[in-house]
Ligand binder design. Structure first.
Ligand code: 13P
Length: 253
């Protein structure tokens, strides 16, 4: 059975001290809450990954990277590889975030390479995708999402797809305060699950977690997460404050 997941993407926020404080508070606040088998993940910036990973040892909080390079090593100044992440005990990585696509020109083709490289290194992938506002306004959102999935992910074997979590993040809802309605999220998540079913069969479709991301807050998390095809969230701004993030996690209690 697929897992519920609440993941906090800290983006380029939190220096070392702030990262240490936030993760300590998060561990304390989630130590004894009743949220079944819900996974809790945080994704700090690269330089703080190792420290945060050491701190979460033995707790229920897990740590993911926000990005990685598609090659294992070489002359790629400023980049970080899957091998390097694995080497410091990071087993999960976010790939394809809309900010990477928009500001760093990451294409579907590049993302497909990153996904393959991460899986080859035995990492789990949180694969992000989602339409722009214009796509939704012109009613192309299903088409856009379908092509992002086909181009970035559907080259994978059924076995490899088992190590991927999907995160639908409509770009117009990220950091804007404008959330997709629970109905809009459910409609898209059902569409995505159906694409998985067509390509990989019912078992895979049933077992793949699909997260929603985009202005999730403590006030709307419960309603969004209660939809049958929404298996949790990828949280930006609200993951930076422990009380807000914990309240979102508690949507699964
Ligand atoms: P916000 O929750 O700040 O809208 O960000 C969502 C996001 O981009 C998570 O990856």
């Amino acid at each position: 059975m697929r897992k519920n997941i609440v993941a906090g993407n800290w983006k380029m926020n939190n220096d070392l001290d702030a990262s240490i404080e936030l993760v300590h508070e998060l561990i304390l606040a989630t130590d004894d809450i009743e949220i079944g088998n819900t996974r809790i993940i945080v994704a700090p910036t690269f330089v703080n990954l190792q420290k945060v990973r050491e701190i979460v040892e033995g707790s229920r909080v897990e740590v993911a990277a926000q990005n990685m390079h598609q090659e294992n090593s070489g002359a790629f100044t400023g980049e970080i590889s899957a091998e390097m992440l694995q080497n410091i005990g990071i087993n999960d990585v976010i790939i394809g975030h809309s900010e990477r696509r928009a500001y760093f020109n990451e294409t579907d083709e590049l993302l497909a390479q990153k996904v393959s490289r991460a899986l080859e290194n035995n990492m789990n992938v949180i694969f992000c995708f989602g339409e722009q506002l214009e796509d939704r306004k012109s009613e192309n959102h299903f088409k856009v999402v379908e092509s992002q999935l086909k181009n970035g992910l559907f080259h994978l074997s059924e076995k490899k797809l088992g190590f991927v979590i999907l995160a639908y993040e409509p770009v117009w809802a990220i950091g804007t305060g404008e959330t997709a309605s629970p109905e809009q999220a459910q409609e898209m998540h059902a569409f995505i699950r159906n694409l998985l079913k067509d390509k990989y069969g019912n078992e895979v479709a049933k077992n793949t977690s699909i997260l929603y991301g985009g202005s999730v807050k403590s006030s709307n998390a419960k309603e969004i997460f209660s939809k049958p095809d929404v298996d949790g969230g990828l949280i930006g701004g609200a993951a930076l404050k422990v009380n807000d993030f914990v309240a979102i996690i508690k949507a699964f209690s």
